[in-house]
Design a protein around this ligand. Structure first.
Ligand SMILES: NC(=O)c1ccc[n+]([C@@H]2O[C@H](COP(=O)([O-])OP(=O)(O)OC[C@H]3O[C@@H](n4cnc5c(N)ncnc54)[C@H](O)[C@@H]3O)[C@@H](O)[C@H]2O)c1
Length: 250
């Protein structure tokens, strides 16, 4: 495993209680960072904290990412605990299930946009002023290849991830002279608990689209994501990095 230097850095990982966010937290801790896990699942947060604490300093904050006050409070608490926030990885996300656009419940369509897009906007909004003030920051948004291509039976999810790519590009340009870099990654399917919310037909569809003919491993995603949060990532911002096993063509 390559060494990534995150010594004395503090990283927030939303959705860090499980899945890709958990793998990111693990790799960040092994790279010398202190990590704050922000997640809505309090029980799972505690379990993850006790598993990860052997690797380095871990704090947890129970947060509802669609709630502005909850996100602001999480940012304040993290700065209070660790003294700073140098990196933000927006990994929390939901699929909202699968269905045709005109048959998906309106509430579910809205909820997916709220969590996957507005949630990331709110975390950026809470953390960016702090990063500007300290003259350093790295933000990585976990979008999806679905946001580039549009998956059938997942219009809410695809639209939310396309929106997140747009947010990344705009914010990256706004912060380009501040040493606060904002990038996105676009994974293809990784076998995490998020699969429980998708139909087998949809999972088969996603696998069939991947030229490498296998699912992404969370650790493979963490390698790229954690590098993007490091100082070594210096001249890339507002950009989108592929994690699709050959699926993406742009
Ligand atoms: N796994 C995949 O196949 C895949 C593919 C492409 C993109 N992604 C994206 O990667 C990210 C991570 O996916 P994963 O597979 O690790 O998912 P996961 O379901 O394993 O973990 C997501 C975490 O987000 C948390 N969360 C959800 N809604 C929240 C909210 N409102 N407030 C706070 N926390 C909330 C959950 O509690 C959970 O711990 C997601 O944004 C997902 O859309 C995943």
């Amino acid at each position: 495993m390559n060494q990534i230097d995150l010594k004395d850095r503090v990283m927030v990982v939303t959705g860090g209680a499980r899945g890709i966010g958990y793998a990111v937290a693990q790799r960040a801790l092994r790279s010398g960072a202190a990590v704050a896990l922000w997640d809505v699942d309090g029980e799972r947060l505690e379990r993850s904290r006790s598993e990860l604490s052997a690797l380095g300093p871990v704090s947890v904050v129970k947060v509802e990412l669609t709630d502005e006050a909850s996100v602001e409070a999480a940012a304040l608490k993290t700065v209070e605990t660790h003294g700073a926030i140098h990196a933000l990885v927006n990994s929390a996300g939901i699929t909202g299930g699968n269905g045709l656009t005109w048959e998906l419940p309106v509430d579910m369509w809205r909820r997916v946009i709220e969590v996957n897009l507005i949630g990331c906007y709110l975390t950026c909004r809470a953390v960016v002023p702090h990063m500007i003030a300290q003259g350093y920051g790295r933000i990585v948004n976990i979008a999806s290849v679905a946001g580039k291509e549009g998956n059938p039976n997942a219009s809410h999810y695809s639209a939310s991830k396309a929106g997140l790519i747009g947010l990344t590009k705009s914010l990256g340009k706004e912060l380009a002279t501040k040493n606060v870099l904002v990038n996105a990654v676009t994974p293809a399917a990784a076998k995490t608990e998020i699969f429980d919310s998708m139909s087998q037909q949809h999972i088969d569809y996603m696998l069939a689209k991947i030229p490498m003919n296998r699912f992404l491993m969370p650790d493979e995603a963490a390698s790229l994501i954690v590098w993007l949060t490091s100082e070594d990532c210096a001249f890339s911002t507002g950009s989108v990095f592929d994690l699709s096993g050959g699926r993406a063509t742009y």
